[in-house]
Design a protein around this ligand. Sequence first.
Ligand code: XMP
Length: 328
Amino acid sequence: MYPSNVRDPKMHRIDSEALAKAFIDENVAYLKKEIGNEQVLLALSGGVDSSVVAALLIKAVGKQLTCIHVNHGLMRKGESEQVIEVFKNQLGANLIYIDATDRFLDKLAGVANPEQKRKIIGAEFIKVFDEEAAKLSGIKYLAQGTIYPDILESDDGIKSHHNVGGLPEEVKFELVEPVKLLFKDEVRMVGKALGLPDGMVYRQPFPGPGLGVRCVGAITRDRLNALREADAILREEFANAGLDKKVWQYFVIVPDFKSTGITNGKRTFEWPAVIRAINTKDAMSATVEEVDWTLLKKITQRITSEVEGINRVLYDLTPKPSGTIEWE
Ligand code: XMP
């Protein structure tokens, strides 16, 4: 299915609702015809790409699509809940939800090396997915949210470490990759035309290993929880200020060290929360967003008073280079 990996230079950029609708009509018809009565499987992370693929396939083959959402325990606050709400409750998808938090966190316990953490998360993801897939019978196709930059970048190897959630070469299914010739903005346009919520369509990029690479060093449940709560406050305040539509990527990092502070007249010894907010076109280089001081003070006040275990807030002023976007 979808034999060509090369985008026709004459293909019009999908930059309007009408073009998105035309893409949807054409692909729904194609998927219906090609899939026939067969069963399709999809790993649904809740990211834009896999969400758009899921919505397209639900439109084309409905319950013949089975989605598996693996919660690795490193999702942001509310993310798995949104996947269940949108796909299971609203779109009526066949969705299998696996809470694998304990499995991942047990495997990651005591592991501080970033590459090792990524490898564990990637390998465990494939294991959980394979185990679930093995319980299903009669699956012929595996759908994936590959997009055009993935194809271009995998040709020159730039993103070889960014393939968490990807599956091994020897998968026994035939691949279905309906958005593999589209750029990100086009995938978003199609997602919007498919009626997916804005929070999903315009979601900022989120790495496969999730909060795992932002809970620097060896992950502990308490520090991970502090990170998730602080990140949720940052996202809420950025959205209130309209920055969610302006800033390319913004998140919190919680490093593995503590400093002294005072809360309600008592001395504390707790972690700092580091805020990172950057703008970029292609993630190869990035500049730092100049966030309004009043807003930063409000976020600081909220994080230090609402999040257990955090007594300081820092702002990362480092562009890429010299810093990468993520801390690990
Ligand atoms: P860096 O940190 O390399 O990040 O400047 C560039 C962009 O890639 C994202 N990123 C990842 N995405 N798996 C992913 O799917 C990963 O392991 C990973 N590491 C970084 C990062 O969030 C940024 O948008």
